[in-house]
Design a binder for this molecule. Structure first.
Ligand code: FAD
Length: 383
């Protein structure tokens, strides 16, 4: 659950906003997509435009400068953004979510320094957990040693979205010598400065144009005042209040991208004729489309069910993992089916389904793989 109360916008405002975002995604969103694919770079003007339109503070509380849209009402808007280019979806998803873990453990002073500027779009923050030589979660190797009011950070992080362009990394490490969740810390660390080497990783299969950072820390000084929560709270910041809504959000982005794939497949199947008939009239194709829409509806329903549970009661650990697991595997089935409906021409970059297919693959890694979601679900089931 969010830590601050929200004044929800009224129905008329939400309906108007939904129409506005749908139109934006279909017009400007497509223009940005073409430019990003061509230049292989997300222009800073896109960040500025999204900020000016208020799309980066949709889900944040009104008293923090956000638009106060409750989580379950925000998700259908996120679904629309996910029908656009994956880099645009990534900016909207991260900015509308990363304030939550920061806020959950911030002091008033840290809220002023980090949370409010983030919501205002004045700073960018990258979620920095994954390491090349360790597993996800408690298997952290990046470590800090405290000397007076300063931590000295050493270790390595990679695959970090916005890792080189961010103003701060929300970074998870451990106090040297500790094990498990004990001694883990969450720190706000600038990706530039003494002891930090930040390199952009090679180009990705999909989500083109978004930078992903590989960061090496060699006794990088970080003020103790930049630690969110206490020593030992690090994994709590990373996983507790943030993980369920984040998994649910990624699940909804899978629904949005799958819907886009279905829309493209439907359009193509109605106009492509073989042997004198549109392929949509062939039962083989019509059944495939029917399976796709059923899959999408099921994922949307499961995602919204877990969102309602989280909004009402918090928790939803296993339910959010189920939503993420099902939606990401559904996305794989649907995008594969949609590409098949397009025939060989769909394999070419001149066809819009080609990008959708590539972008979809990333969703199976974000917020934990299927194997990790199954581990969470099984643990809950067997407990
Ligand atoms: C586009 C993209 C953006 C990303 N952005 C970020 C970001 O902003 N910040 C960030 O911190 N990370 C980010 N990541 C990293 C992502 O969170 C990880 O890739 C993901 O959590 C998997 O971790 P890994 O890559 O270390 O895989 P590994 O842990 O090396 O896993 C390899 C394989 O083994 C399986 N596996 C691993 N451990 C177990 C286990 N204990 N039991 C069973 N199976 C297991 C995994 O499921 C996977 O199939 C991003 C990844 C992608 C693709």
């Amino acid at each position: 659950m969010t830590t601050a109360t929200q004044a929800a916008p009224d129905e008329a405002t939400l309906t108007a906003l939904t129409d506005e975002i749908r139109a934006y995604v279909q017009s400007d969103g497509e223009r940005w997509a073409q430019r990003i694919e061509l230049e292989r770079r997300v222009p800073m003007e896109l960040w500025d435009e999204l900020r000016e339109r208020g799309y980066l503070r949709l889900a944040a509380p009104v008293q923090y400068g956000g638009r106060g849209i409750p989580f379950t009402r925000y998700l259908p808007l996120l679904e629309l953004f996910a029908m656009s280019h994956a880099s645009l979806r990534m900016i909207v998803h991260v900015c509308n979510g990363i304030w939550r873990p920061m806020d959950s453990h911030a002091t008033d002073e840290q809220r002023e320094r980090f949370v409010l500027p983030l919501i205002a779009g004045e700073i960018k923050v990258a979620f920095t957990l994954t390491e090349p030589t360790a597993g996800t979660g408690a298997d952290l190797r990046a470590s800090v040693v405290r000397e007076g009011d300063t931590y000295y950070l050493s270790g390595e992080k990679h695959l970090i979205t916005f890792g080189t362009i961010a103003d701060y990394l929300l970074l998870f490490a451990r106090v040297e010598g500790t094990r498990g969740a004990e001694g883990t810390v969450a720190l706000m660390v600038p990706p530039r400065g003494e002891g930090v080497t930040a390199n952009e990783m090679p180009e990705t299969m999909g989500v083109r144009g978004t930078d992903h950072g590989h960061l090496i820390f060699d006794r990088a000084p970080v003020p103790v005042a930049s630690r969110l929560g206490a020593e030992g709270d690090g994994l709590g910041v990373a996983l507790s209040g943030f993980l369920a809504p984040s998994r649910i959000s990624v699940a909804m982005t899978c629904v949005g991208l799958a819907q886009r794939a279905l829309d493209l497949a439907l359009e193509y199947a109605k106009q492509r004729e073989t042997f004198g008939k549109p392929i949509a009239k062939r039962q083989a194709i019509a059944f495939k489309l029917a399976e796709m829409v059923t899959d999408i509806q099921a994922a949307r329903a499961l995602t919204m069910q877990s969102a309602h549970q989280w909004e009402a009661e918090g928790g939803a650990n296993a339910e959010s993992a189920m939503a993420k697991l099902f939606a990401s595997e559904m996305l794989q089935r649907v995008t594969d089916g949609a590409l098949q409906v397009h025939g060989g021409v769909g394999y070419w970059s001149s066809s819009p389904i080609e990008r959708v297919y590539r972008d979809a693959r990333a969703q199976r890694f974000e917020e934990g793989t299927a194997e990790i979601q199954k581990t969470t679900i099984a643990r809950d089931l067997l407990s």
